[in-house]
Ligand binder design. Structure first.
Ligand SMILES: Cc1cc2nc3c(=O)[nH]c(=O)nc-3n(C[C@H](O)[C@H](O)[C@H](O)COP(=O)(O)OP(=O)(O)OC[C@H]3O[C@@H](n4cnc5c(N)ncnc54)[C@H](O)[C@@H]3O)c2cc1C
Length: 527
């Protein structure tokens, strides 16, 4: 068995791992990063949105007003105690400087502001309102500011480009990276975590070219067609297993940054509650290994039942003008909420089921916006929704019976919405006036927005909880709040700012914040 010695070992090389590695190496530590894949994880698949504010250089370039205090007042409503107020204040105070740090390490953003409501901007826009900033009740707590900073790249290449920039920066500061290496055990001596045991395949092994091809296809499909992706990934795994050899790496500190557990059947069965039917987002590496290793070393977990499901109803923006109702016909919430917040309402109060009801004028308006407001991956979804993915009826009563919703209840919901708009009193569910229009012109349509695993209109989701960490240091905590010596956690392996709820950009921002924190402390243990 090969054994090597380092100051810091980082397990998992996505956003949390690479930022931890950079921070530790820049502080002078000898860092080994280990990844079961080729590095990048969910980060490289992501949309590359980083949530940042408080007056970033790109907000200023776009003429946007924002302060750390304003950002804090907004995020406090979203974070709801997942981390302490002091930690959230620090997150906001550091936010503009975090963007500068990313740029110094090769990331690229832009202040081109998106003028309409969207869940992901086109390549004309790289700054947008990526959460609930403009929606009730959040709008009552802080001045809305766009904080979704998208790494400049085409289409869905932003996550890959952001990761590539940071990985190159890590290489420049001497981080040693070992891909195709899966950690399965922490070495614990006298209560101190002092390294990891892992199985590894060298990049020169004959299976690697085939493995790389198969795992790229499996990795992509796993996020849209889990059954197919899982089979392809199992094939890649069998190739890897056939060539893997044992190794160990010793270090004074180990940082667990190996993602969440959306791809672990048993852990999802235990914790998922209403989110059991999401399409898991991420990679096969999101199998909860890091969390289980941390627990085996004495660590404790929290927020394990907190998940996010992405039920985005826009673009096109005019979809937001419809009303979302549950199976009872009652309104779910103001439709201008961020997609994951709408999904949360649906899961908590409507058994995860719902329909978006629209009239003919809204439908025409939405259809006319599709081409201008959509990315190619969103076009595929719109093509489905505007062709076979909806119900159509000449009256609201007929529509109600088509979707098995009580007709009187649907009629009452629509009537109340229309009356609010016409009377000037506004939508009773507080949707922003510019996104409200009456539902009155036949034919009427309903889109099934339930949280259901479907390739044509998936409800992708991921886990938000993980190992409890000391918010000053990133050290993994035992139940009694004492740290497990030598063990740190970051990103989706840990509890962080987004553990109660996700907004676009918050997982990467949390990964950067918690990764850098763990890297700085772990390296400090040596110098
Ligand atoms: C399609 C998609 C779009 C998204 N868009 C955004 C967005 O725009 N903004 C945003 O904030 N969030 C986004 N997210 C969520 C975000 O990408 C993830 O939550 C975040 O990247 C997680 O970072 P991480 O470092 O914790 O994990 P990862 O980036 O997944 O890295 C973990 C790494 O650990 C490795 N690993 C796992 N187990 C082991 C083991 N036993 N041994 C060694 N290595 C191991 C994995 O191979 C992986 O490379 C998106 C996710 C997806 C899938």
């Amino acid at each position: 068995m090969g054994s090597t010695t380092h100051d810091v070992v980082v397990v998992g090389y996505g956003i949390a791992g690479v930022t931890a590695a950079i921070e530790a190496a820049e502080a002078g530590a000898r860092v080994l990063a280990i990844d079961r894949g080729y590095g990048g994880g969910a980060t490289a698949l992501s949309g590359g949105i980083v949530y940042a504010g408080g007056g970033t250089r790109y907000q200023k370039a776009a003429g946007v007003r924002d302060t750390p205090e304003n950002m804090y007042e907004y995020l406090r409503q979203e974070v709801r105690g997942a981390v302490s107020d002091a930690t959230l204040r620090r997150f906001c105070a550091m936010s503009a400087a975090t963007i500068d740090w990313l740029v110094e390490h090769g990331a690229q953003f832009s202040g081109t502001l998106c003028p309409y409501k969207t869940s992901y901007p086109t390549d004309r826009h790289y700054l947008y309102h990526s959460g609930n900033e403009k929606a009730w009740p959040f709008v009552e707590h802080a001045e809305p500011a766009p904080r979704g900073h998208r790494q400049v790249a085409r289409g869905l290449g932003s996550g890959k480009a952001l990761y590539a920039a940071l990985r190159a920066a890590a290489e420049r500061v001497g981080v040693d990276f070992r891909p195709l290496s899966r950690v399965h055990e922490l070495i614990v001596e006298d209560g101190q975590v002092s390294g990891v045991r892992y199985s590894t395949v060298g990049l020169d092994a004959p299976i690697v070219r085939r493995h790389a091809r198969v795992s790229v296809v499996g990795g992509k499909l796993a996020n849209w067609m889990p059954a197919v992706g899982t089979r392809i990934n199992a094939h890649a795994d069998a190739l890897w297993q056939g060539s893997a050899v044992a190794a160990e790496a010793r270090a004074g500190a180990v940082i667990l940054a190996a993602g969440g557990f959306a791809f672990s059947g048993p852990m999802m069965a235990e914790h998922a509650n209403g989110f059991a039917d999401i399409t898991p987002l991420g990679t096969v590496g999101d199998d909860g290994t890091a969390i289980r290793l941390g627990v085996a070393a004495g660590g404790s977990t929290s927020h394990m039942g907190r998940m996010t499901a992405w039920r985005f109803i826009n673009p096109p923006a005019a979809m937001t003008e419809g009303v979302a109702v549950g199976p009872s016909g009652e309104r779910i919430a103001n439709e201008d909420l961020y997609g994951a917040a709408l999904a949360q309402e649906m899961v908590e109060h409507h058994q995860g089921r719902g329909f978006l009801v629209m009239d003919a004028r809204q439908w025409r308006k939405a259809r006319s916006q599709v081409l201008v407001q959509s990315q190619p991956f969103q076009l595929a979804q719109s093509a489905y929704l505007f062709s076979v993915g909806h119900r159509k009826a000449a009256s609201l009563g007929e529509l109600a019976s088509g979707i098995s919703v009580p007709a009187e209840a649907l009629d009452a919901t629509v009537r109340t919405y229309n009356e609010g708009i016409r009377s000037g009193q506004g939508d009773p569910a507080h949707k922003a006036p510019e996104l409200c229009s009456p539902i009155e012109e036949a034919p009427f349509r309903a889109v099934d927005i339930s949280i259901r695993n479907s390739p044509a209109f998936p409800a992708p989701g991921m886990t938000l909880g993980g190992l409890r960490v000391d918010e000053e240091t990133g050290a993994v905590l035992r139940e009694d709040d004492t740290p497990v010596p030598g063990l740190y956690a970051a990103g989706r392996s840990a509890v962080g700012v987004c553990s109660n709820g996700y907004l676009s950009g918050m997982a990467l921002a949390d990964g950067i914040f918690s990764g850098r924190r763990a890297g700085a402390t772990a390296s400090g243990a040596f110098h």
